[in-house]
Design a protein around this ligand. Structure first.
Ligand code: PLP
Length: 409
């Protein structure tokens, strides 16, 4: 495998639009341009399509169509769920919200914002595999707790949380529960009744749909305030003319993807397992991050000792491979990943972490290609690391590295 090829292994970041979804969207960017709120025939035609799209999304998660609210994506769904419920259910004295330490920023930052504006916040920790202990949630519950928000699966390490158990505990105290299911939707079965959940966020571009559209499931009877005020769209919960083409493309991607889900799960798991097995066997001083089994089928996060993740990512990129680091480099910061830190992984290992995330379009050739380049890139980077002994192929301590530097090694 000498030729450079393009390998996309960043499907947790975003996915390619399904051709069927694009085809379904096109007429709504040309002739079928009606506003779904219009009374005339152009509006009515589009309104009927949105209604069918709502049915498809509702069916995919076992909900009633009246419980689906279209949004601009996972971030807005999370904001609407958390702020919308917190504002609607504000108890007399500073209401309390429970979340975890490994949430996506689209939950963490919302919770932090509320905590600076009169709400009380508890972040429950995770164990070394990034799993929340439901008993920790039970202990965190107070008489003024208004919401528990715990993600279904983590985007960096793929660990799946015991959401159904957490919900059961919260329900004993009558507390509303939200889950960010952006990473699990269409990768694992997601059923709102099996999870017992009140609020659930999903996003189209993670499931081979278009960017800028998503949905929030709101169980009937859940207290909600809108974030924005304006027209009566989405039954007053989400004002603004609907992203018609986006919603229709989202529904098509779900319709096609749902029929393929079991096959795609098996396929991505097979590729993921093979890459994981080969990296851990062929490259020394590596460590798997996240739960070995309770994990999204296509996600693997690995730490490479004595490696700077960003340098690794750039070298992989130059060889045609699109992968993410575990750190928050996408936001322009080199801060270590808050997820890996919450898992108590040492700093120097966190910095050398990569997340590979597979989608249905990947093949075993992609795995072979990664393994034809990655070991060599790792060797080259380690050879220029002061913390690596290239003769003995071992990690040296910081003290040893400092004394080597002094004697001019
Ligand atoms: N939640 C999780 C777990 C995610 O992985 C993402 C995207 O990275 C989001 C929320 C945000 O979704 P969107 O990009 O649709 O706003």
């Amino acid at each position: 495998m000498n030729e450079t090829r393009q390998v996309y292994l960043d499907n947790n970041a975003t996915t390619r639009l399904r051709p069927e979804a694009l085809e379904a969207m096109m007429p709504h960017m040309t002739d079928q341009f009606g506003n779904p709120s219009s009374v005339h025939h152009l509006g009515r035609a589009v309104r009927a399509k949105i209604s069918s799209a709502r049915d498809i999304i509702a069916h995919a998660i076992g909900a009633d169509p009246s419980e689906i609210f279209f949004t601009s994506g996972g971030t807005e769904s999370n904001n609407l769920a958390i702020k919308g419920h917190a504002w609607a259910d504000r108890k007399a004295s500073g209401s309390h919200i429970i979340t975890s330490s490994i949430e996506h920023p689209a939950v963490l930052e919302v919770c932090k914002y509320l905590s600076k504006n009169g709400y009380e916040l508890t972040q429950v920790p995770v164990d070394a595999d990034a799993i929340v202990d439901p008993e920790a949630v039970r202990e965190a519950i107070k008489s003024n707790t208004t919401l528990v928000t715990i993600m279904h699966a983590n985007n960096e390490v793929g660990t799946i949380q015991p959401v159904a158990e957490i919900t059961k505990i919260a329900k004993e105290s009558g507390i509303t529960v939200h889950t960010d299911a952006v990473q699990t939707f269409m990768k694992t079965p997601v059923n709102v009744d099996e999870l017992g959940i009140d609020l659930l966020s999903i996003s189209a571009h993670k499931v081979n749909g278009p960017k800028g559209v998503g949905a929030l499931y709101v169980r009937s009877g859940t207290k909600m305030h809108p974030l924005g005020h304006g027209g009566h769209q989405e039954r007053g919960i989400r004002a603004g003319t609907e992203n018609v083409a986006g919603i229709i493309g989202f529904a098509k991607s779900v319709e096609v993807g749902l029929a393929e889900m079991e096959k795609d799960r098996a396929h991505t798991k097979k590729l993921r397992d093979e890459l994981e097995r080969r990296i851990l066997a062929e490259i020394p001083h590596t460590k798997l991050n996240g739960h070995p089994e309770k994990r999204l089928p296509g996600t693997v996060n690995i730490s490479f000792k004595c490696i700077e993740g960003e340098a690794l990512l750039i070298n992989m990129d130059m060889s045609g491979m699109a992968i993410s680091t575990g750190s928050a480099c996408s936001s322009g910061s080199l801060d270590p990943s808050h997820v890996l830190m919450a898992m108590d992984i040492p700093h120097e290992i966190i910095h050398g972490s990569l997340r590979f995330s597979f989608g249905h379009e990947n093949t075993m050739d992609d795995v072979d290609y990664v393994m034809s380049r990655l070991p060599k890139i790792i060797t080259n980077l380690r050879n220029i690391s002061p913390l690596w002994d290239p003769k003995e192929l071992r990690v040296v301590s910081l003290e040893e590295a400092q004394s080597n530097a002094k004697v001019g090694h």
